[in-house]
Unconditional design. Structure first.
Length: 255
């Protein structure tokens, strides 16, 4: 402890390393604690258990192995299997600092598995999006599926609240250790971060806008979020309308 703070740091690599490393002096020096040579993510619980996604196993037919480091030893905990051959691998693991033994793992399409017993069992397995997308702040987000996922982490101040960076922003919820449905809530008002390709304004009609990843939107108001996009996942391109008939509008996209 230095200044009331622990000095422990764990690091690993996604490629090119041979182990996980630990520092007990705030990063002045590190030593190997063995473990997997390649990891996709790492999370440390408040009771000192280290969880990693072992990225040396990339075949979802057998399941990526999640390992934990506890009391000086590595243990393979339950394999979380998934989409065979799809390349949809596990990307993030999160230990709940306020609930010991609680840990969540997500794959690249926001499918989620949760354990409440230090990884001995997972629900659901394989990971699945059993949650209901709730997006009253940005209604069109509620219709999404299979959106890409970045990092997941548990809130350090609110018990059992999991945050996920996915799609166009942030989502939160409390996944249960079961196959029951639960709400995954959008926290994305005014910050979806869409990349706009083109905007046109047909006379007397709503704005028409094409964007990357979601093709196009009609915007009846510039202050109210649209209820839906005009197509699913795709690359938006150009858009235009007929000068003789503004009701005739076109948006181009590619899948």
């Amino acid at each position: 402890m230095v200044g009331g703070k622990t000095q422990g740091i764990y690091i690993g690599w996604n490629y090119g390393a041979g182990a996980v490393y630990h520092s007990t002096n705030g990063g002045t020096s590190f030593s190997s604690i063995s473990g997997p040579a390649q990891i996709a993510d790492i999370s440390i619980s408040s009771d000192g258990v280290v969880y990693v996604i072992d990225n040396t196993l990339t075949n979802r037919a057998t399941g990526q192995i999640i390992q934990k480091y506890q009391s000086g030893s590595w243990t393979h905990i339950t394999a979380v299997s998934g989409d065979v051959g799809s390349g949809n691998l596990l990307v993030s693991i999160a230990a709940d600092p306020l609930n010991l033994g609680h840990v969540a793992v997500t794959d690249a399409q926001m499918d989620i598995s949760v354990s409440h017993n230090y990884g001995a069992n997972w629900w659901p397995n394989p990971p699945a999006l059993t949650s209901v997308l709730e997006a009253s702040d940005v209604p069109w987000l509620a219709s999404l599926s299979g959106i890409s996922t970045g990092t997941a982490l548990y809130d350090p101040a609110v018990s059992d609240k999991l945050w996920i960076a996915s799609g166009v922003g942030a989502w939160y919820g409390s996944p249960p250790a079961s196959n029951a449905a639960w709400n995954l809530n959008s926290q994305n008002k005014n910050q979806q971060g869409l990349i706009v390709q083109k905007i046109v304004k047909p006379p007397g009609k709503s704005l028409l806008m094409t964007v990357q990843d979601h093709i196009a939107f009609q915007l009846p108001s510039v202050t109210v979020e649209p209820s839906h996009s005009l197509a699913g996942f795709a690359q938006g391109g150009g858009c235009d309308y007929s000068k003789s008939d503004p009701n005739f509008q076109m948006a181009q996209g590619s899948y």
